[in-house]
Ligand binder design. Structure first.
Ligand SMILES: Cc1cc2nc3c(=O)[nH]c(=O)nc-3n(C[C@H](O)[C@H](O)[C@H](O)COP(=O)(O)OP(=O)(O)OC[C@H]3O[C@@H](n4cnc5c(N)ncnc54)[C@H](O)[C@@H]3O)c2cc1C
Length: 429
């Protein structure tokens, strides 16, 4: 993957169907604000919107384009919950079930309410199914479904048998699944750009094509690009798997893994009736998983595969197509109109890595492939922390992370070994 900045959007289905072609200026000269945010993905933009709504003067500095990274390339699956949640819970000395329950769903709610409040056109749709490939997945789903029903969860949740899966999904590949209507799917690039527009309307400034090259710490830290700088009371580092800044503090914990998506041509009406006719997002329960859904214009967006080598496959299409056809042989012969990949920030214990480099420099990274909802929760948590309420921030910040010395090459090899172990776990019944 080319990491020379600045770059245009990748050739994804999302970039081709973006609502806005708006470009923000390059940072030149000096800027002064309350909070400077480095990185214009969901973490950066959702924090910016949250902070501007609270009256802070915010500047976002993005190396490429708003939503250029994972936020504009992902599967678009809006799934409640936090990666590594049980470990996060365990790290607390006391029972905080209610707070965790709220955090589990808060990201989804923030996305839904912003889409409504700012009228963001991002194809947001309810409907999601976890699908089981092993008998133990069914047991896990049954327990989860029961738990939700006991809590009188206000959204429809139901188990789906193997036979019913054939009607609901158009494949006999799965042992069953669980539908959860609190989750859903959306066009992530249009969501992120829509939130950026809302933040700017509230008074935030955004600079694009402005890679940050260093940060000068102090009472009022300075964030430098090669053409200018931003001086502020607080800095948030939101570069996730793509940034190389402040590695002394943020390095050795998050490892970039490539994940890839292909988009077919739009399905015929006949295929639309057969393949996920209720238009749900579908996600397998394996550690190394396939995830897919139909786009608004009824293409199959099929994603998966994790690659820790730092090199993309020679052909994303050749690598992904057999996986899709194994589940949906009826899609054979359809043209693949788009193929792309992006970097997921994987953390060894899977818990998102939030912390402080100093009293006024925060960072948030490493959602382990589960970031559409969590980045929105994190934007709120960071805004709370900057406003002086750090209860939820501290829950994340006090989690002990395994730090792997020796840089990304050693780290990625170790994580790849770890994933082999998880692949073997996936094979257990
Ligand atoms: C292919 C793929 C599929 C996925 N599918 C899903 C899914 O279906 N559901 C889900 O919940 N999650 C999914 N994820 C994960 C999710 O997309 C991420 O967790 C989330 O987008 C992370 O957002 P972010 O803002 O932290 O990082 P990013 O979106 O990666 O943004 C980081 C930004 O920082 C900028 N940056 C980096 N360095 C600098 C610098 N020096 N100066 C200025 N700017 C800098 C980058 O240019 C980039 O725009 C997927 C990820 C990938 C890659």
């Amino acid at each position: 993957m080319n990491t020379q900045f600045p770059q245009p959007h990748t050739g994804s289905y999302y970039a081709a169907t973006a609502n806005s072609k708006e470009e923000y200026p390059v940072l030149e000269g000096a800027e002064d604000c309350d909070v400077c945010i480095v990185g214009g993905g969901f973490t950066g933009i959702s924090s910016a919107l949250e902070l501007t709504e609270r009256g802070y003067k915010v500047v976002v500095v993005e190396a490429n384009r708003v939503s250029w990274g994972a936020s504009g390339r992902n599967g678009g699956q809006l799934i409640g919950g936090i990666s590594g949640e049980s470990k996060l819970h365990k790290a607390q000395g006391k029972d905080m079930s209610d707070l965790f329950w709220d955090m589990h769903w808060a990201g989804n709610e923030i996305v839904k309410s912003r889409v409504e409040k700012y009228k963001i056109d991002c194809d947001l749709k309810s409907g999601y199914i976890d699908v089981a490939t092993r008998p133990r997945h069914i047991r896990e789903l049954e327990e989860y479904c029961e738990e939700l029903q006991k809590k009188q969860f206000p959204f429809e949740t139901r188990m789906v048998t193997k036979e019913a899966c054939v009607n609901e999904l158009g494949t006999d590949h799965y042992l069953g699944g669980m539908v959860n209507m609190a989750n859903g799917h959306l066009h992530p690039l249009n969501l992120c750009q829509g939130e950026a527009t809302a933040a700017v309307e509230q008074g935030a400034k955004i600079f694009e094509q402005s890679p940050v090259i260093r940060i000068e710490h102090g009472n009022r830290p300075k964030v430098f690009t090669d053409k200018g700088y931003v001086e502020s009371n607080f800095v948030i580092l939101a570069g996730n798997a793509y940034h190389m800044l402040e590695k002394r503090y943020t390095g050795g914990v998050v490892f970039p893994a490539g994940s890839y998506i292909i988009a077919t041509e739009p399905l015929s009406e006949e295929l639309q009736k057969e393949i996920v006719p209720a238009d749900m997002a579908v996600c397998e329960m394996n550690h190394v998983l396939n995830y897919y859904r139909l786009s608004a214009d009824k293409r199959m967006l099929f994603g998966g595969r994790c690659n820790y080598s730092g090199r993309d496959p020679a052909s994303i299409k050749d690598s992904m197509l057999p996986r899709m056809l194994e589940i949906y042989p009826q899609l054979k012969g359809l043209k693949i109109d788009y193929e792309w990949g992006g970097k997921i920030g994987i953390v060894i214990n899977r818990v998102p890595h939030l912390g402080q480099i100093s009293n006024n420099i925060y960072f948030a990274q490493g959602y382990s492939g589960h970031g559409v909802n969590v980045t929105h929760l994190v934007g709120q948590i960071l805004a709370d922390a900057i406003s002086g309420t750090s209860e939820r921030f501290d829950i994340f910040a006090k989690v002990k992370h395994h730090r792997i010395p020796g840089g990304r090459v050693v780290g990625n090899n170790l994580v790849a070994l770890g994933m082999l172990y998880f692949r073997m776990l996936d094979l257990l019944p």
